[in-house]
Unconditional design. Structure first.
Length: 480
């Protein structure tokens, strides 16, 4: 039965009815019925889930920096409301009033249906502000992705208000901004929930060992077990989402600090401008030496040369920009030069003679030798039209280089392994004075040449190194 009545409403209630009138195509009676039905449903839900205010505030605190599940968000705010931000603002304020949340939302935008810029301001009770701002930010970002993605540009927080600014962007940056500003722990919590037994076990082991556990990438551990000097390149590249050579130095130092401390490779990392200070508790000298070489190698892979010094339980890595610039200058000269191998060797030998004026650059010389060795082999490869290396070709290349720098060497090839013996090395001895740095650099040149020709297929075993009073150096090369 339909009953017709004449009623009068104050402007305040007419304003509240507007979203329902618009939704029902201007039909005022249908709008009132819709509002009454929804109010009944909501009251039923609200009355069945009333909770104590301190408990509610605690729940809001516990879900801080965590995003709502999409289905819950859609239940609270209809995705279709995104079609008109003006309607959305009125709907939200009506909804919060019904829930008695003491919150007010203001939306400013450049276009009601297809916004490129939005500023939302949430005012009200302090405990609810962050949650409401997070929920609205998630709603706007999520429902803008299909047409014109909105990225969160800034969040300004005060005691009684939060202002969030959005701007047109792309899908990746939009979702990333949501995580940055409002979902910092979202991925963490979801990850732990996906494998609770694993994470509980891992946390317990860290607690029982008083955080003396070390958690590293499988490749890092494999290198360690194989007796190699491991590096954390893969972990850092995963974090940076770009190749290690493309990471700026200061950003690289921050990544090293994050990886080394979180994996517990060291206890603490301090950064002083471009200097790195590692605090550790390793007692074994060989372990400290591997840590030193690993850290320097990691930075060298980033394109920067560092030297390391150990003092008690501290490792200090100092940036050698001067050496790095000189090495880069030589390498670039070798690459650009139209001269042949003779000229390149002259440049290299000239630099070696100047090493006695550069104290304490042991680790930098490792990089120098490797890079020079690769450059020399590359030039020899071009001169001799080599397309694929084998031990016989490698032997001829080294014999050629040795003859030009007046180094006396012998080669023995049994069809499988190559024995390389240096009987006299003018590089390592100048005026009968043994030069450790020059010897080390020359040895690294050999390793660089071997790496260029065979990569990780070559295995180098050192049988004897030239030292004071000795007259020969001997290595065995195996190809897998």
């Amino acid at each position: 039965m339909n009953i017709t009545r004449h009623i009068s409403l104050e402007d305040e209630y007419v304003e509240k009815l507007k979203p329902y009138v618009e939704k029902n195509g201007g039909n005022f009676g249908a709008a009132i019925r819709d509002m009454i039905n929804k109010a009944d449903n909501r009251n039923a839900k609200i009355n069945s889930s009333i909770i104590d205010l301190p408990l509610f505030n605690w729940i809001l605190t516990e879900i801080d920096d965590k995003l709502l599940p999409p289905e819950i968000l859609d239940e609270f705010i209809d995705p279709d409301m995104m079609n008109s931000l003006d309607k959305l603002e009125r709907y939200l304020n009506l909804r919060f009033a019904e829930l008695k949340w003491d919150a007010c939302v203001s939306l400013k935008f450049d276009n009601d249906m297809f916004p490129g810029e939005i500023i939302i301001e949430v005012m009200g009770e302090h405990h609810k502000l962050k949650f409401i701002a997070s929920m609205l930010a998630q709603y706007l970002v999520k429902n803008s992705l299909k047409q014109a993605p909105l990225e969160i540009m800034s969040v300004i927080n005060s005691n009684d208000a939060i202002k969030v600014e959005f701007s047109g962007s792309n899908k990746i940056d939009a979702l990333r901004s949501l995580e940055t500003f409002f979902g910092k722990t979202d991925e963490l919590i979801n990850t732990v929930k996906s494998r609770p037994d694993f994470w509980k076990s891992l946390v317990n082991r860290h607690l029982l060992s008083n955080y003396n556990m070390v958690t590293v990438h499988r490749n890092f551990y494999e290198d360690l077990m194989a007796g190699k000097v491991p590096a954390a390149e893969i972990t850092i590249e995963d974090l940076a989402k770009k190749p290690i050579k493309e990471i700026p130095l200061l950003e690289m130092l921050d990544y090293i600090k994050e990886v080394f401390e979180s994996s517990r490779i060291v206890d603490r990392v301090e950064i002083e401008k471009d200097k790195l200070i590692l605090f550790h508790n390793y007692r074994n000298k060989e372990a400290v030496e591997k840590l030193k070489k690993s850290s320097a190698a990691l930075l060298e892979a980033n394109g920067h040369l560092y030297d390391a010094k150990s003092t008690a339980n501290i490792l200090i890595l100092t940036h050698r920009a001067d050496v790095g610039m000189k090495i880069n200058e030589i390498v670039e000269s070798l690459k650009k030069s139209n001269n042949k191998l003779d000229q390149e060797l002259l440049i290299f030998l000239g630099f070696l003679k100047g090493l006695k004026d550069m104290p304490d650059i042991h680790l930098s010389l490792t990089s120098l030798g490797g890079r020079i060795g690769k450059s020399l082999m590359h030039e020899y490869e071009k001169e001799n039209s080599i397309t694929q290396w084998n031990l016989e070709k490698f032997q001829k290349a080294l014999q050629n280089i040795d003859s030009r720098i007046h180094r006396e060497s012998e080669w023995k090839f049994d069809g499988k392994d190559l024995l390389y013996t240096i009987r006299k090395c003018n590089l390592a001895s100048e005026n009968n004075e043994f030069n450790t740095y020059i010897c080390h650099t020359a040895r690294e040149v050999f390793k660089g040449a071997l790496n260029y020709a065979f990569g990780n297929k070559a295995e180098l075993s050192i049988k004897h190194l030239l030292t004071h009073g000795d007259n020969f150096c001997e290595v065995v090369i195996k190809i897998h």
